[in-house]
Unconditional design. Sequence first.
Lengths: 205, 77
Amino acid sequence: MGSLPEIAVLDELINLRLDEILSERLGKMLTAMKANKTPSMAIIATGGTLDTGYLPFILSATAAALGWNASVFFTFYGLQLLKKDISDLKVSPLGNPGMPMTVPFGPRWFRDINWEIPNAIQAFVPGFEAVATSLMKRKFRDNGVANLTELRHLCVDAGVHLVACQMTVDLLGFTPDDFIPEVTEYAGAATFLPMARDADVSMFM
Amino acid sequence: MSTAHDFDIDARGLNCPLPVLRAKQAIGHMQRGQVLRVRATDSDSVRDFGAFCRHSGNESVSFEENGGEYIFYLRKT
């Protein structure tokens, strides 16, 4: 069978050429597909304090402003962020050594003092958390940072998909009546995971 | 020099990401081709509006800086 080696050589040449053409075409197709796809983001929000509340709202509102599809899955304490009134959310400096304890008024030298107050005293003094929260809110306002309610409103306005974790809604004793009507869905892990799989950016907060 | 515009947003004194979010909100209520003026004092907003236009597809018509004030003109596309 004298022709067999020729076929083998031919096959190899064809394969080589196919590899070249295919990788070039696939590269072009993938680039075009990526450019045409609307980027998407899926966030899990677990924190229910004033400071942690900013993270999902700032990022999802900004993503939506850029034209992305953004979804936030609120679970455990993150559900606090969906309550009708979120103006009473607090920040706690207790056991939070990363939080600078500064006062947002008075002369510069006074503002620059970092009041390192021991945990035991923070825990003992009634109203410490409320004072820290109002100082934080004032700092936000003085720096032109959005308030949380406004930021959430911007998210709703921009079409951010707000999903409440049904299991933790039940677990923590909430009812849909406690939350804003703009919650788009009450769902579970099996709903979030496919969203996260398709998302270009997925984050846990 | 001021460019003609149909809508105006005063985002002076506001911090990231509010200028961009306010602009996006306004653009949502505008017709295609209309121009929005945004005034901001947050220096980061210069970069943010660049990214906003690139990603949202809206057109940056012009930009001015005037004594710490940043003025953006954006056209809805």
